[in-house]
Ligand binder design. Structure first.
Ligand code: KG4
Ligand code: ZN
Length: 345
């Protein structure tokens, strides 16, 4: 019924958190459009994402975002090969908006539906605009909700080698940022502020668990920063936010880089990549580049706009499912805690 020998044009939708996004992606790697409507300005007032507001804003925005994505790509619905959508993990109300819309569009236009795991999307951002990037590689996934080391064995084939036992890296960035008075989302703010700070001013802990573990833990580091701030306040000590930010960031990045290199060595893989919002961090990108160069590992680094939430990455992931004939039924549901590599049904 669907001719996979033709160029595959995927219309992709992402609405798992606070970005309403739609993209048109050709053959998994070429982005014809990638429209992102961010709700950050609204959620900033509350210091974080308010799920109910996020769902309502997705409903308000999704029509225009999809229309704009088709317009920018200079195609109509009839040119689309399949409709892809994030179905988990994420905020259930937010996911349901994108999923319901995707189902309606696909059903009405008689196109196949492809459900995509949000983290798989982040990983597949590495294929965009890079025809040479192929599995196998080790991928450090660092977003607001996830910190995973993933062995990407093949397209759509993943083994989780390690993950955080408590907070995600992005969560730690956001919480520390809040404690030093920076607005939501804190990651980009700490990135900026750290450039003016001394990263060795405060010796925050590097939690490596044991030396061979590929798991992470950031809650101890977060507590150490909060304790440092409380102690300084109680004793009247002066706080230099730029030094706190830079020292915290150094502690996070040291561990992220060290474990990524360790995973490459353990599995004898000479290719590494990063994915998720925190991989937009300038210091992480620089440190990872230097470490990989030293170890003779090829590192793929994607544009910052493809690191944070966007629909182009969903369109890329969907392409490999499309080629494998992996389509979903109309009863596809949203799964807030969907695990990578698992079908939830
Ligand atoms: O992947 P993402 O956009 O959404 C999730 O799937 O969670 O990641 C959002 C996270 C937030 O915690 C945000 O603070 C962090 O990515 N982030 C950054 C940077 N840009 C976004 N963290 C550090 N440095 C950045 N430049
Ligand atoms: Zn994300």
């Amino acid at each position: 019924m669907f001719d996979v020998s033709k160029n595959a044009i995927i219309l992709a939708i992402e609405s798992s958190c606070d970005e309403t996004s739609a993209a048109v992606v050709e053959n998994g790697r070429k982005v014809l459009s990638n429209v992102i409507s961010s709700q950050i300005a609204i959620h900033k007032r509350y210091g974080g994402v308010v799920p109910e507001i996020a769902s309502r804003k997705h409903i308000e925005n999704i029509d225009d975002v999809i229309y704009e994505a088709l317009l920018q790509a200079e195609i109509s619905l009839s040119d689309v090969s399949a409709v892809a959508v994030t179905y988990g993990p994420g905020l259930v109300g937010a996911l349901l908006v994108g999923l319901s819309y995707a189902k309606a569009v696909a059903f009405a236009s008689n196109k196949p539906l492809i459900g995509v795991h949000h983290i798989e999307g982040h990983i597949c951002a590495n294929y965009i605009e890079n025809d040479d990037w192929k599995p196998p590689f080790i991928c450090l996934v660092v977003s607001g909700g996830h910190t995973h080391l993933v062995y990407v064995k093949d397209y759509s084939e993943y083994e989780i080698l390690g993950k955080t036992r408590d907070d995600a890296a992005g969560e730690a960035y956001d919480k520390v940022a809040r404690a030093i008075g920076l607005p939501y989302p804190g990651g980009p703010e700490i990135d900026k502020l750290s450039k003016r700070g001394n990263s060795s001013a405060i010796d925050f802990p590097r939690v490596t668990l044991d030396n061979s573990s590929l798991d992470f833990s950031f809650s101890g580091l977060k507590s150490a920063v909060l304790n440092y701030l409380n102690k300084a306040k109680m004793t009247g000590g002066k706080i230099f936010p730029e030094d706190v930010a830079a020292s915290f960031q150094q502690a996070v990045v040291d561990v992220l880089v060290m474990k990524t290199i360790l995973a490459c060595k353990k599995f004898g893989i000479k290719s590494a990549a990063m994915a998720g919002g925190v991989s937009a961090n300038s210091f992480l990108r620089k440190s990872m580049r230097e470490a990989c160069e030293k170890e003779g590992i090829t590192l793929n680094v994607v544009k910052p706009v493809l690191c944070t939430d966007n629909a182009a990455m969903i369109g890329s992931a969907a392409y490999f499912k499309y080629m494998g004939g992996s389509f979903d039924d109309w009863d596809l549901n949203a799964y807030p805690s969907l695990k990578l590599g698992e079908k939830a049904f």
